[in-house]
Ligand binder design. Structure first.
Ligand SMILES: [Fe+2]
Ligand SMILES: [Fe+2]
Length: 238
């Protein structure tokens, strides 16, 4: 059965250049960036240059936020009887796309027993942590994913460099990847890493955009509150 590729609406289909970095603008952004840097350090220390294994383990985690956020927004939409403006579908598509990255990389590297244990523990911890962050600050949660995806783009670029240099031997693309991304039959792992990196850049832009939109909404609310306060103060003074 052919899989359906993630479709991001034109509104969110921003330019996917690989060098893009969102400069933190407020406290929430800085928390998101530092949290990401800390997890990047952990991943670098554990996996070093074992890119195939790194991809398998990290894609099991990458497929969590979209599903958790999608579910929480779904419940919120039901609770508040409010339209979601297409966010739920976008997030669930992201989760599905990330799961396909995993289904692809499992043909490239098989996780060791230790890695399988890490996957189980990490999933348990990450689902809870991400759900709590999302409930406390939706903006920070999307910014975190935006930064995660920036790191994913960097990691896949490094992987691609090693494949192009021949340090890591190239191999035929798994059939599941050829079908999912409509790649030519003679495609190799290099082509797969390129399209996956493009997907990650797309997720990065979508999540940063979501965080920006929430930020804008918060600024507007704060502005309105200030105006009301100013008017009240004026009334008292007059
Ligand atoms: Fe991914
Ligand atoms: Fe991703």
């Amino acid at each position: 059965m052919a899989h359906v590729k993630i479709i991001i609406s034109n509104y969110f289909n921003c330019m996917s250049d690989l060098e893009k970095h969102f400069k933190p603008k407020n406290f929430s952004d800085r928390i998101a960036l530092n949290f990401t840097k800390f997890l990047r350090l952990l991943a670098d220390t554990f996996f070093k240059k074992r890119y195939g294994h790194r991809a398998v383990v990290l894609e099991t985690i990458a497929a969590v936020p979209g599903m958790v956020a999608g579910m929480l927004l779904h419940l919120k939409s039901l609770r508040k009887i409010e339209d979601d403006k297409g966010w739920i579908k976008t997030l669930l598509d992201e989760a599905e796309n990330e799961r396909m990255h995993l289904m692809t990389f499992i043909h490239v590297a098989k996780p060791t027993a230790v890695e399988r244990f890490i996957i189980m523990v990490a999933q348990f911890i990450f689902i809870l942590t991400y759900a709590i962050i999302y409930l406390v600050s939706q903006r920070t949660a999307h910014r975190i994913v935006g930064y995660f995806e920036e790191e994913a783009v960097i990691s896949y670029s490094e992987y691609l460099n090693e494949l192009e240099a021949g340090t890591i031997p190239d191999q035929p693309a798994p059939l599941i990847a050829i079908n999912y991304w409509n790649l030519p039959l003679h495609a190799t792992l290099k082509d797969v890493v390129r399209v996956i990196r493009d997907d990650e850049a797309g997720h990065r832009d979508v999540n940063h955009k979501f965080a920006d939109l929430i930020n804008l909404k918060k600024s507007k609310i704060a502005y309105k509150k200030n105006k009301i306060k100013e008017k009240k103060t004026e009334k008292i003074l007059n």
